[in-house]
Design a protein around this ligand. Structure first.
Ligand SMILES: [Zn+2]
Ligand SMILES: [Zn+2]
Length: 245
């Protein structure tokens, strides 16, 4: 009976306020969904991708593949997955989540993360979002990565620990810096909170962030959790900025 009432209630609400596409607002069937056009332009990574960083790769493969960058310079984490490429619709959605106060976008993105990262979730997985610096958090009022981590935890049942990591200094904006400069800029800028220093011991840690560009932030975070005794680290992001190969 309760379910029936809920269903009727849902129908009434959607009749009065039909759900809109999360990217363009066009009418859609399901709330928190994309319309067919935005879905097609979202750049979902469905084919072959680098096992380490999630970059889409050309061609077909039945095995594990790596991009040239990861082959040359393997990341410190084990495996990496990305939902979509940081272009067009994907980019607009990330910017809306990050700077546009569209915090509700974390909900569908959490579902996408759960799908893209399904083989990274283990029974002992600890989800740890990349933190913002305290001052940036004050300005933005929320950490988009923590919202994503929370949504992912709801979908997977894995433990979410948004306070595991912290920034040790305010890092200047990363935009416009090349790969080497990004790494130098971030060196040692993340650490496991002293109050949580025993938590990662022997655990599988899954680092979650909105975007991966050079991977410098995720590298610093991986080093921090491995130093704290994590058994393995994997990374999961919504959007992958295509690397230089
Ligand atoms: Zn749309
Ligand atoms: Zn790669």
């Amino acid at each position: 009976m309760h379910d029936l009432l809920k269903r009727i209630g849902h129908r009434l609400v959607t009749a009065v306020y039909p759900p809109g596409c999360i990217a363009c607002g066009a009418a859609v069937q399901d709330p928190f969904g994309l319309c067919a056009t935005c879905w097609a332009q979202a750049g979902f990574i469905t084919g072959v991708a680098c096992d380490s960083c999630g970059t889409p790769l050309p061609g077909h493969s039945d095995g594990v593949e790596h991009c040239d960058t990861c082959l040359r310079d393997p990341p410190v984490w084990s495996r990496g997955r990305a939902v979509l490429t940081y272009e067009e619709t994907g980019k607009r959605l990330i910017l809306a989540l990050k700077h546009g106060d569209r915090t509700e976008l974390a909900r569908p993105m959490g579902k996408w993360l759960a799908t893209a990262g399904r083989d990274l979730i283990r029974p002992d997985t600890l989800i740890a979002p990349i933190p913002l610096h305290r001052l940036r958090l004050l300005r933005r009022r929320y950490n988009q990565a923590a919202l994503l981590g929370h949504a992912l935890a709801l979908h997977t049942g894995a433990e979410h620990l948004p306070m595991l990591l912290r920034r040790t200094k305010a890092t200047p904006c990363q935009n416009g810096r090349d790969r080497a400069a990004r790494y130098a800029n971030l060196n040692g800028a993340l650490e496991v909170r002293a109050t949580h220093c025993l938590v990662p011991q022997g655990r599988s840690v899954l680092l979650v962030d909105d975007v991966m560009t050079s991977g410098a932030t995720l590298t610093a975070a991986s080093r921090a959790v491995l130093q704290a005794g994590a058994a393995r680290v994997d990374v999961l992001v919504v959007a992958r900025v295509a690397n230089d190969g």
